[in-house]
Design a protein around this ligand. Structure first.
Ligand code: 26W
Length: 824
């Protein structure tokens, strides 16, 4: 056994090769001649997983033995993407694995490409959770991710005649070699039923939740490999399983099929990720998903705590529970229920414990994205929680300064219940008062939280709101995704930057080094060639590698203003056609991103971009100086190809609306210059890279706000005063891009002109065009552009998610790094 164990753990090339051949036959069950690329992927993943398991157990045992304080990151989304390159890189065995496969006659890149994306998230919030997992493990912090093992991740996007069409994403279809099913880790989760009051053993009022339906939550664990392979943390995802006794009565009646139907229905809980970002549709199944994974996670956390403790006094010193947005906010009420109803803790004590454990991150101020579940729904689905929420609310309002001041307006803002219309529970308010810290995700966003949504709470608890500007993991987003640049950096300053990104600072002087600039450009060009080949394969559009790659990749949303980008594209197209003798700088506009399936305006914007592309890309009069490409099915894997290849990064949201953005960080780190508004983390990026190395334009959040409030803003006047804008809009409205259906885009024009242009596209258009012209002009000055690009990369050290989780650990969680003890 010992030699087998050593063999299994060995990281040398020959041992890897032997493992691959053994796994292929004995676990995948294939012969080398019959094996497909997918078989090889499973083979390699299983062999790599072997190299992780011992350290994983060491890590888990160390946490247990030392009874350390852990952080539990509760998130409805984990957008982790592929794991093979990530595991190999963090174990430091990419080259060894490549050679081992070489000796079998296989290419590592092809094997890597056979892995499906784990797309268990919509966008920024889900990807942030994945970056935090990587950073917690890499900083040796005891961190667990808790979420849902969706059978179907975010839908696959295809274009049919330029329209978005959604297809199911079946990432588990061929099995998942990274996960360990834990059929013994099983918790009951209740729904519906009613609450019974009774007297406990000492005669006090107590409550029990009866006649409920039960579903079981079953754990699946995925190891999270930290950089250097020392700490291996756990991502625990819950799958819904029907209880065995489910509707047993039906069997007696002979209604076997009905019982099976019930079983299938209850397992729907973990079937599919809701594809909305930033609009809440208020679906009951979504609410049940939120409670399902939150309840299972809290039960698991308490079970782990009780292995070492017999009362709950120490819980806040042993468990930090982070709510990733309000999606798991019902956890505040669930923790109270578990403590008070199940473990007989007194209410006030339970509340103190709950507040000591929980903290909450807000990711958006958009009113349509703030969760507020109808009281009627809660009463029906979680009757005991509704009572608990009323109780929390009554106690909280009674002690508030607003009650003392008889200030009813303020009281109604502070209340957990929105009494206007159908009564609703404001999940943000619940998360706020149940937490000891509440944070925003960029300086501006945090400031706006204090001034707007949480103003009354901020007055009541001035120390509770803190800022934690987002970050990204440099492992995935530079070291793995951008080998050419990564190797260049390492050649000058060694590998230290991979776990301490601030080391990039030392490279700043290299911006003035002509040799370094040449090498930097060579790396960028390699990445651009790779992207060009990828785009040609995926879309059929051939692009000029030497053109300016102008990139906007993110969810399609009106506030992100892809519409402003495509309007500027049309204006540029017109300029090129008007002046054919001018030497134009070739520009390629690259778009990618999904629209929520029910978001008609966003889908119409996609169709517009595709329609504009069709016209522009086939117009010989612009001499290939302009191309418009919309890459379908944007996901983590596509992002890893796009980020390294971008020259210009479009971060053009209406100021005040993008909480932070994280794509902005990935692009700048990879040497793209930003064209952007003073919104979200763009503000901090500008401070880091310097005013001269970024193109800032447009209204500030304050100006945008007063323009809208002032009531004098008239998009019609703005359009009238800007001929280029007017012409672009006229072309859209007369069907130049939609000859088959000239009125197709009237809803878009309507929203701009008669609808009041809520996102201030027309207000910012001129300034945007000027900034864009500046960027294109600078691109002609190759040396100057490269100098600024290098300063972007080298100034981004602070935006590592290692820094971000370090701040959370010190200032919110109170958790400390611990290096796992080596097992035998
Ligand atoms: C309930 C419907 C719903 C679904 C998703 C509401 C809100 C969301 C998220 C808040 C959407 C999201 O991903 N927000 C993004 O979070 C990122 C990480 O903090 C930020 O960088 C982005 O600016 C923010 O839009």
């Amino acid at each position: 056994y010992r030699t087998r164990d050593i063999e299994r753990r060995s990281l040398d090339v020959d041992a890897l090769k032997r493992s691959f051949l053994e796994w292929l036959v004995y676990s995948v069950g294939k012969d080398a001649r019959a094996a497909t690329r997918r078989d090889w992927f499973h083979t390699v993943a299983l062999a790599v997983r072997d190299r992780v398991v011992d350290r994983w157990m060491d890590t888990t045992r160390t946490y247990y033995t030392h009874d350390v304080k852990r952080v539990y990151y509760l998130s409805l989304e984990f957008l982790i993407g592929r794991l093979l390159t990530n595991s190999l890189a963090n174990l430091g065995i990419i080259d060894e694995c490549r050679q081992a496969l070489d000796r079998i006659g296989l290419s590592l890149d092809e094997v890597v490409d056979a892995e499906p994306d784990a797309a268990l998230g919509n966008g920024g919030l889900g990807r942030l959770a994945a970056c935090f997992l990587d950073s917690m493990a890499s900083r040796n912090l005891p961190g667990y991710g808790y979420g849902i093992r969706y059978e179907f991740g975010l839908f696959e996007q295809r274009f049919e005649h330029g329209w978005q069409v959604e297809y199911p994403e079946q990432w588990l279809q061929f099995g998942n070699p990274w996960e360990f099913a834990r059929p013994e880790v099983l918790y009951p989760v209740q729904f519906y039923g009613r609450v019974e009051e009774f007297r406990d053993s000492v005669g006090e009022r107590a409550y029990r939740w009866v006649d409920s339906e039960r579903v079981l939550a079953m754990a699946y664990d995925t190891p999270v490999v930290g950089f250097g392979g020392k700490t291996i943390n756990t991502l625990r995802l819950w799958a819904a399983r029907a209880t065995r006794d489910f509707n047993f009565g039906h069997f007696n009646e002979g209604a076997y099929m009905k019982a099976v139907e019930q079983k299938i229905l209850s397992e729907n809980l973990s079937r599919v990720l809701y594809p909305n970002d930033a609009t809440e549709t208020g679906k009951e199944l979504r609410f049940k998903q939120e409670y399902f994974f939150t309840s299972a996670s809290l039960q698991d956390i308490l079970r782990r705590y009780l292995q070492h403790h017999s009362d709950f006094d120490q819980l806040p010193n042993k468990a930090a529970i982070q709510l990733n947005d309000t999606h798991p906010a019902i956890g505040i009420a669930e923790m109270m229920r578990l403590l008070v109803d199940q473990h007989a803790v007194k209410w006030d004590k339970a509340w103190e414990i709950t507040q000591g454990c929980f903290s909450y991150t807000n990711h958006t101020l958009l009113p349509e994205a703030l969760e507020a579940w109808p009281v009627r729904l809660l009463e029906r689905v979680l009757p005991r929680h509704m009572q608990i929420i009323y109780e929390i609310n009554a106690k909280f309002l009674n002690r508030s300064s607003a009650r003392a001041a008889h200030d009813n307006a303020r009281l109604s803002h502070l209340s957990l219940i929105d009494e206007r219309g159908d009564r609703r529970v404001r999940m943000g308010n619940l998360a706020f008062i149940g937490s000891h810290k509440v944070n925003g995700v960029s300086a501006l966003h945090t400031e706006l939280m204090k001034q707007t949504v949480f103003a009354d709470f901020h007055a009541e608890f001035p120390d509770r709101i803190v800022n934690k500007t987002n970050g990204i993991t440099p492992r995935r987003w530079l070291h793995q995704a951008n080998r050419p640049l990564s190797d260049l950096i390492t050649s000058r300053i060694g590998e230290g930057w991979i776990h301490d990104l601030s080391a990039l600072d030392a490279l700043k002087p290299k911006a003035d080094d002509v040799v370094f600039r040449e090498e930097f450009r060579r790396a960028k060009r390699k990445n651009k060639k790779r992207l060009a080949a990828y785009l040609a394969r995926q879309t059929g559009v051939e692009i000029n590698v030497d053109s300016l790659f102008d990139v906007q990749v993110k969810r399609i949303h009106e506030y992100k203003r892809q519409l402003m980008n495509i309007l500027q594209t049309i204006a540029l197209y017109n300029d090129m056609r008007d002046s054919p003798t001018v030497t134009w700088t070739p520009v390629t506009k690259i778009f990618a991103g999904k629209a929520a399936p029910a978001y008609h305006m966003a889908k119409l914007i996609i169709k517009l971009i595709n329609d504009v592309g069709k016209v522009v890309n086939h117009d010989p009069s612009v001499h290939d100086n302009l191309k418009v490409v919309f890459l379908p099915n944007y996901n983590v894997t596509a992002a890893e190809i796009i980020m390294p290849a971008a020259d210009l990064s479009e971060q053009i949201s209406t100021a005040g609306m993008e909480a932070s953005g994280t794509g902005n960080m990935k692009l700048a780190l990879n040497g793209a210059l930003t064209i952007g508004t003073l919104d979200g983390a763009n503000v901090e990026i500008k401070d880091a890279v310097g005013d001269d190395n970024i193109f800032i334009f447009g209204l500030t959040a304050e100006e945008a706000n007063s323009l809208r409030q002032g009531g004098a803003y008239n998009p019609r006047d703005v359009i009238g005063a800007n001929p280029a804008l007017k012409r672009a809009l006229d072309m859209i409205s007369t069907g130049v891009f939609s000859p088959d259906d000239p009125s197709r885009y009237h809803p878009i024009l309507q929203s701009l002109i008669d609808g009041g242009d809520h996102f201030l596209v027309t207000a910012d258009f001129e300034d945007y065009c000027t900034a864009h012209d500046d960027a294109v002009a600078l691109y002609r000055d190759t040396e100057e552009w490269t100098r600024k690009a290098i300063l972007n990369t080298t100034s981004m050290g602070w935006f590592s998610s290692d820094r971000t989780v370090g701040e959370y650990a010190d200032e919110i969680w109170g958790v400390k790094p611990i290096i796992p003890d080596e097992g035998d």
